[in-house]
Write a new protein. Structure first.
Lengths: 603, 380
């Protein structure tokens, strides 16, 4: 057990690409937690998808030993936080387990929208914030400007803050010293009743749920009978220990001030709610942590197996993903077009894309995802209020008194030369201008109220393309606003395809309908008859395309040697047909749905 | 005696055409060794073939006409020594117009070959160039005339459509030209871009291939033109004058028995399908070693044989016949396919005939779609 005065628990907060992962790597190296040779690139981000997207999705924690200039060896617990706006909730729970946070700002970019949002979260959690100016090795680095920005915008002193290059390692050693001197050691009483904060958990097929905790008071060891104060579930602890850079390291006990893990043959993550307090059943703490807000899914989509036979496998996979990610919700739904599947809720579009990729990669499933939808609020003529996350069940227009859609407070930081383009984009996305202020002569902060529906498609991509990648976005759900919404239906060969229906702002219905019709035409293979494709609103057709009839599909030369080959060819064709979705008499390849739903939403 | 067709593969070409995926090599140094191996293989089958009588032989390739005709004569003699022939067998040899000469034609006729197939493909020299054929229209014309003069009374000419850059007009010119020469038989087939062929990599040519609708029109209009000129369609890609259908190829489509010799050749005999590996070297080394040369073999159940009969029979203009189906496989055609074909009959892709079913011309052209729907080889 380490002397509590020698423990430093901290997070790194930064905008994407400001060098958080690289800095974490350097810190791991300098504390000899991993050798250079062992260093896999960015060891904290250990999911494939994170590696590829260059973002951290799930929080990770690692314990390090640092021998400081004062001759003492300190225990550093670095708790990693996700950077994307979809994962604000995960950030908040990670921060709550720390006493301090390194605020990393790219000296060539300055402060961005997410830096601000995460800093406010850290301040909310009473964390000591240590600003770090990164990338000072680059020619375009503006160290003084960045320091000034930190002081002006965030309002914390930065005149003597560490200036480093995580890439080259320059001054990172100094930063470690500042962690020792600036970040407070944890408070807590190891003799008091056990009180731990759950800040993450994941399911391991051997150990059951592995719960990441920050111990506030008391101590926990194998055999301790623990209780989750919120859910009331009780378990016998099987193992406790620390997170090293390479995995779990069991120890005898973990105690007040420390960060570690607990396993207790727990079968489901839902028993280990993030934010819940772990205590001892026989001697519970009297001051549990205030419960965290449960992460609310904001984006919903149907997920269906391409092959109907994979329904159970999909269910199994979603359950496994949910074990690690309580913010994922799902419930069974059926679609005439797609058969049996699930209505899934996600924190945002990125979260949804990551889940799709994980289903395909980790569970080897071919899936079809329907168009993402937000939750609409519909006030019916009979006074009833309904929340609709599935276009298929959207009420008929004559039953609706008023339709409302969720809106967000969006905060965009953008170099002044792109302000015009970004304002134009926000305007096109039905944004309501709130205000604009100049952060410095080169950058402005824009505030808009935007419909969430407009953000979940490709707003982020458009934002980046209109600002050469410089604009950054952060948003927070504001509430509901009345809106003019219509349900757009797609008919293939005269039959409505439920999986392709969606809710759209009425002025955009025609453009969207046309695009979908064209995309379908391009994706549905010719069949033996002509297939009309129509987009309609309230029974009125607003766009029509036609898939022409197939004219030629024949193996011309068919002689002796070809017979086996021809048989193979026909069998393959038959096999391909089996995968087709039958919409009435029309056969549609499953990819069509994805292709149509993922079509580019250019302006 | 059971009737048998014999296919002999000559895997040599002067030059490989850009679209062709039949097995052939351009290394003519192997010719001598190849033919002695081929002879050995045929001789080895003597006892196996004792119960069969051959009524059709097809010498295909490759380009059988590109090798010295002495080899062909020798192989014909070998074949006659191992198996009985009917009185008037049909014996066809494929040829490329650029490789025919007086001696070869005379030799062919003398050893019993009585049907000559000439690969013209197109009478438009530009189109021929795109296919990287070695001949031109005038080479074809002299070869054709020579064959006629020397005594071939049964000649087939190959014509292709859906060629890169081809127009309906140039296709019609080719058809008019060929019909004016009055061959007994015309094979009229569409270009298919096969994976792995040089053509498949030629983006510039691929984009010149007529689109699906244009191909459809080419096919329908050409078929009408051929019929008008006295050729009736008896199979998806085959037209002939009265009673001049190709007996050997009809055997394939009627699911009759045939045996193949040489690498890449296929056989269907006694309900068993097998084909030889496309590897001339191993064939030359061990021509009689069944295990070295067999690439795949499959014993079909009666049910699968019946399925194959329908798969091939629906390629024929006359279609499939209930009586024959019952006789050969003991099954009821109406019961097996009546309901499945109903929707295609409604869409005018298929028709009921007084004997069974057939596909219409539009149906023939989309036969893969229809067949893959109605056939089920998994049913044993």
């Amino acid at each position: 057990m380490t002397d509590r005065n020698l423990i430093r628990n901290f997070s790194i907060i930064a905008h994407i690409d400001h060098g958080k992962s690289t800095l974490a790597d350097r810190i791991l190296e300098l504390t000899d937690s991993v050798s250079k040779r062992e260093m896999e690139e960015q060891i904290l981000d250990n999911m494939d998808i994170e590696r590829e997207r260059g973002i951290t999705v799930k929080a990770r924690a690692v314990k390090m030993a640092y021998k400081a200039d004062d001759g003492k060896t300190y225990e550093f617990n670095l708790i990693d936080t996700p950077g994307h706006v979809d994962f604000n909730y995960e950030v908040s729970r990670s921060l709550a387990a720390c006493e301090g946070a390194l605020l990393v700002v790219d000296a060539t970019q300055g402060i961005e929208a997410q830096t601000l949002a995460n800093t406010y979260l850290a301040l909310d959690n009473n964390l000591e914030i240590l600003p770090v100016v990164n990338k000072i090795d680059l020619v375009s680095a503006d160290i003084e400007g960045t320091r000034k920005e930190i002081e002006d915008i965030i309002g914390i002193p930065a005149s003597d803050c560490p200036c480093v290059s995580a890439k080259t390692g320059l001054n990172v050693k100094d930063l470690l010293e500042r962690i020792v001197t600036d970040i407070p050691s944890p408070s807590g009483d190891e003799n008091a009743p056990l009180k731990c904060l759950i800040f993450d958990s994941y399911y391991d097929s051997y150990k059951g749920v592995v719960v990441y905790v920050r111990v506030q008071d008391g101590k926990v060891r194998a055999g301790t009978r623990i209780k989750m104060m919120n859910t009331g579930a009780a378990f016998d602890v099987v193992e406790v220990g620390y997170m090293s850079a390479f995995g779990l390291v069991p120890s005898d006990e973990i105690s007040a001030g420390e960060v570690g893990y607990i396993t207790a043959s727990i079968k489901t993550v839902s028993d280990t709610r993030v934010g819940d307090t772990v205590t001892e059943e026989s001697r519970p703490t009297e001051t549990p942590f205030p419960g965290f807000k449960k992460a609310q899914p904001m984006v919903f989509a149907g997920i269906y197996p391409e092959d109907g036979a994979d329904y159970e496998a999909l269910k199994d996979a979603l359950m496994k993903l949910q074990l690690n990610d309580a913010s994922l919700t799902f419930e069974p739904e059926t679609s005439v077009a797609l058969g049996f599947g699930f209505r899934c809720g996600f924190l945002g579009l990125l979260h949804m894309e990551i889940m799709e990729e994980r289903l395909e990669r980790e569970f080897d499933l071919d899936i079809i995802t329907t168009a993402p939808s937000v939750i609409y609020k519909v006030i019916m003529k009979n006074g009833e209020t309904r929340f609709i996350d599935n276009p298929a069940v959207y009420p008929e227009p004559d039953e609706i008194d008023e339709a409302q859609e969720p809106v967000v407070d969006a905060n965009i930081i953008v170099p002044t030369e792109y302000v015009g383009g970004i304002m134009d984009l926000c305007q096109k996305r039905r944004g309501i201008y709130v205000n604009m202020k100049y952060i410095d002569p080169k950058r402005a902060e824009l505030k808009y109220i935007l419909p969430l529906n407009e953000i979940i498609y490709d707003f982020f991509d458009s934002l980046k393309s209109r600002s050469k990648g410089y604009a950054s976005l952060d948003y927070e759900l504001k509430g509901y606003m009345p809106s003019s919404l219509v349900k757009l239906d797609i008919l293939i060969n005269g039959e409505k395809v439920d999986a392709l229906s969606f809710i759209v702002f009425s002025d955009n219905a025609y453009t969207r309908g046309r695009k979908i019709a064209v995309a379908l035409k391009e994706n549905i293979p010719r069949q033996l008859f002509e297939i009309p494709i129509q987009a309609s609103v309230g029974g009125r057709v607003i766009a029509r395309e036609t898939v022409k009839a197939m004219r030629k599909d024949v193996l011309a030369k068919c002689y002796g040697g070809d017979i086996t080959r021809k048989k193979k060819l026909l069998e393959k064709q038959k096999e391909g047909k089996k995968k087709m979705r039958k919409l009435g008499s029309v056969e549609v390849p499953p990819e069509t749905f994805t292709a149509v739903l993922k079509m580019d939403e250019d302006e | 005696m059971k009737k048998l067709g014999v296919y002999i593969h000559i895997p040599f070409c002067v030059h490989k055409c850009s679209y062709c995926d039949f097995y052939s090599v351009t290394n003519t140094l192997l010719t001598e060794d190849y033919f002695s191996a081929l002879k050995e293989q045929i001789l080895n089958f003597k006892s196996y073939l004792k119960d069969w009588t051959v009524d059709s032989v097809y010498i295909g390739g490759g380009t059988p006409s590109c090798v010295d005709s002495k080899y062909i004569v020798d192989i014909m003699e070998t074949l006659k020594s191992v198996v009985k022939f009917v009185e008037k067998p049909e014996i066809t040899i494929e040829s490329n117009p650029g490789t025919l000469d007086t001696k070869k034609i005379k030799d062919y006729l003398n050893c019993g070959i009585n049907r000559l197939s000439i690969g013209l493909q197109s009478a438009d020299d530009e189109e021929l160039k795109m296919l990287s054929r070695i001949h031109d229209k005038s080479a074809f014309e002299s070869a054709y005339m020579l064959a006629r003069m020397l005594g071939f009374k049964n000649v087939n000419v190959d014509i292709m459509y859906a060629l890169p850059g081809q127009k309906e007009e140039t296709l019609m010119n080719t058809i008019d030209y060929v019909t004016s020469l009055d061959p007994e038989h015309i094979s009229f087939y569409g270009l298919r871009v096969e994976e792995g062929t040089p053509l498949a990599a030629r983006e510039d040519l691929l984009e010149k291939i007529p689109d699906e609708d244009a191909q459809y029109n080419m096919y329908i209009h050409a078929a009408k033109r051929l019929e008008k000129a006295g050729y009736s369609q008896y199979e998806i890609s085959n037209f002939s004058k009265k009673r001049m259908m190709c007996r050997h190829n009809c055997r394939y489509w009627k699911s009759g028995d045939y045996i193949g010799f040489g690498p890449g050749a296929a056989s269907y005999i006694n309900g068993e399908l097998y084909s030889y590996t496309k590897d001339i070297q191993s064939f030359i080394l061990k021509p009689t070693d069944f295990f070295v040369n067999i690439e795949k073999s499959e014993k079909l159940t009666i049910r699968q044989q019946a399925t194959q009969y329908v798969m091939l029979g629906l390629r024929l203009a006359r279609g499939v016949e209930a009586k024959e189906y019952k006789l050969r496989f003991g099954r009821d055609l109406e019961e097996d396919y009546g309901e499945k074909l109903e929707k295609y009959i409604d869409m005018k892709y298929a028709k009921r005939t007084d004997k069974g079913f057939r596909l219409t011309r539009a149906g023939l052209l989309v036969s893969n779609t229809i067949l893959s729907d109605i056939l089920d080889f998994d049913k044993k």
